[in-house]
Write a protein that binds this ligand. Sequence first.
Ligand SMILES: [Zn+2]
Ligand SMILES: [Zn+2]
Length: 257
Amino acid sequence: MIIRFLGAHNAESRDTKLVSILIDDVLAVDAGCLASELTFSEQEKIKAILLSHGHYDHIRDIPAFAFNNLGRTTKIFATPHTLKILSSHLADGVIYPEFTKKIPLFLEKPSLKYVALEPFNPVDIEGYQVMTLPVNHTIRAVGFEITSPDGKKVFYTGDTGPGLSALWENVSPQLIIVDLTFPNRLENRAKNSAHLCPKMLKKELIEFRRVKGYFPQIILIHLSPRLEEEIKEEVKEVSKELKHSIGIACEGEKLII
Ligand SMILES: [Zn+2]
Ligand SMILES: [Zn+2]
């Protein structure tokens, strides 16, 4: 499984992009920069898109992606709540076409098809087994455990506050890609906005090892760019305490598991 981080931050600038991950060139997870960070031919290879929740930084490029890929239909998999946000606020027929319907003289074939996912109900998406798992966030949000045809498993948490431990019984990933948005100094802000800081992450990871008996490879994502240096120092400490390395995703990085 080749995992490519297109966007790894919660704020966009020339050097930082919103969260998007590409698996084996064909399966996209979140769409913060899915059009802006890929060539047209790379976009054409994408067969399905998973969306963790309906916040702007995770769905932003769906209309641009749909516009770029007129003439073929791409499936978008998300909870009904997220699909509703997408269809009522972004690809809403006002600021952009809905893309799920034919439009005379413009859209002969819908370029998007929405497919609703249910938590804890594994589905086959283009040969990958995808398990949807509810996480703690300010709106309804989910993470995904994705199993490749050759049995490799990655768990992407999406945006999440504390409470991941409740899911550890249900997953067994080799790699976990987990939200880490704030430094410890802003623990209250992390709690209020349902994200994690290093101290909170440490608790969840200790619980993972207790329940599962191992540590997976860990990569952090969704960092606040202006707080990144402070976060990195604190993550180093957690890594030392747990005696396990913790990586931080960056734009353009590729990882093979
Ligand atoms: Zn969010
Ligand atoms: Zn976010």
